[in-house]
Ligand binder design. Structure first.
Ligand SMILES: Cc1cc2nc3c(=O)[nH]c(=O)nc-3n(C[C@H](O)[C@H](O)[C@H](O)COP(=O)(O)OP(=O)(O)OC[C@H]3O[C@@H](n4cnc5c(N)ncnc54)[C@H](O)[C@@H]3O)c2cc1C
Length: 386
């Protein structure tokens, strides 16, 4: 892949940079509700200016931009330290899944309110007994006339407390082999049959929830793809989760690392020497710099693969696995350098928060062990484990 931007791409980047500088909404407020509303109004502002869903087709509210422009956008918003958009799961996963597998009617109905953040989405895949082995899920959907009646439990459902729609994977044929009896639904969260209970994380936030589903109703027309073909649709969602976020995440690592290197010049070790002069710290920082560069180049490799084939492939698993390791090491080194001062949350990167939040990186979106299995079997072509 040629990593130089064309004059048109450079012009696009400069226009975006200028817009972000002029419209930056400032620092995100604390508190779940306030932060969420802040992100929602930021997304609306981006959408009004035509920046949300950049690479989505124009007829569904996108801009029909190229994947390189989308990649430039993903990098620049992180570089400018803008807040995330409120509807992140729908933008990164739900929308692309509807574009790939949905009907024309579904695309027209669901995509515009994703972009405007009027309808927030969550992902109801994991269950108490089905995480890594997702295909063994038990949530059951039974057809009654023109609708499906769903009963079961989901867990770790990020943003379910804000969501209007849930990408729900449920078992519709208990007699079929486990990957074949699943169907992918869009479930309306605003109904009595759906109860959302928040779970508190190590950071103190409640980003995710338990979802109790008791005879919830879903119209037949809300199936994405075909009945019994939910596994293939779910894989599209997961591939997008792992690949789409990679570009922004690697920039976030680069920014945090730069700040860490800077702060290592100020921080003093027990012998009074600057941390940046300590040979062990220097070696760890150098290693992180090398790894973050590998992360960046692999993210571009993933992008060129998507440009070639049109869809993200299993290579995205490598990027997600590597990112979680680099991000966790970065936060660990930062905590060691800052020592007790890390608790004061003085730095822009907020090390103690970053350290605690990064523990989830090797679990969310597929655990590292599972991603290693995918890379072994589907990228390297090694024999299957089972
Ligand atoms: C912050 C966060 C947000 C999340 N958001 C969502 C969400 O919005 N929607 C959603 O559906 N899910 C969400 N998840 C759930 C996430 O996808 C699961 O936690 C993950 O897939 C692992 O499943 P599990 O927790 O059931 O662990 P398990 O599958 O029980 O795994 C336990 C351990 O065993 C290992 N293991 C399991 N099987 C194998 C194997 N075959 N080979 C080697 N090792 C194995 C795992 O790697 C892990 O270390 C979220 C999780 C986190 C942490």
């Amino acid at each position: 892949m040629d990593l130089t931007l064309s004059p048109a791409e450079e012009a696009f980047r400069d226009e975006l940079r200028a817009w972000l500088e002029a419209n930056h909404p400032g620092r995100e407020p604390t508190g779940d509700e306030a932060a969420f509303e802040f992100r929602r109004s930021w997304q609306r502002k981006l959408n009004d200016a035509g920046w949300a869903g950049l690479s989505w087709p124009k007829e569904y509210g996108g801009r029909g931009a190229t994947l390189v422009e989308q990649a430039i956008f993903s990098e620049e918003v992180v570089r400018a330290r803008t807040p995330s958009m409120a509807n992140v799961l729908a933008l990164a996963m739900g929308g692309p899944t509807v574009i790939a597998h949905g009907t024309e009617e579904q695309r027209r109905r669901y995509l515009p309110p994703i972009l405007s953040a009027d309808e927030i989405w969550c992902q109801g895949f994991s269950e108490p007994g089905a995480g890594s082995d997702l295909a063994s899920l038990k949530t059951r959907a039974i057809r009654r006339g023109d609708e499906w009646v769903v009963t079961g439990q989901k867990v770790w459902t990020t943003f379910a407390h804000h969501a209007k729609w849930c990408m729900l994977l449920a078992r519709t044929d208990p007699d079929a082999p486990k990957h074949k009896g699943l169907t992918y639904f869009l479930m309306d969260m605003e109904q009595d049959g759906v109860q959302v209970r928040p779970l508190r994380q190590i950071t103190g936030e409640s980003e995710f929830n338990e979802l109790f589903i008791e005879e919830a109703r879903i119209p037949h027309e809300n199936i994405v793809g075909n009945e019994g073909e939910g596994w293939a649709v779910a894989i599209t969602t997961l591939m997008h989760e792992r690949a789409t976020l990679a570009l922004g995440l690697q920039v976030s690592v680069q920014i945090a690392l730069r700040e860490l290197i800077e702060s290592s010049r100020e921080a003093r070790g027990i012998n009074g020497r600057a941390a940046s002069e300590d040979p062990v710290v220097r070696q760890r920082l150098a290693q992180l710099l090398i790894e973050s560069e590998v992360l960046r180049l692999n993210a571009y490799r993933g992008l060129s693969e998507v440009m070639r084939s049109g869809v993200p492939g299993p290579e995205g698993s490598l990027g997600k696995w590597h990112w979680s390791e680099v991000n966790q090491s970065l936060a660990e080194v930062a905590m060691e350098i800052a020592g007790p001062r890390a608790m004061l949350n003085e730095s822009e990167s907020n090390w103690s928060y970053r350290f605690l939040r990064s523990r989830a990186n090797s679990i969310e979106g597929g655990t590292t062990e599972i991603l290693k299995n995918i890379v072994a079997e589907r990228v390297l072509g090694l024999p299957r484990m089972r």
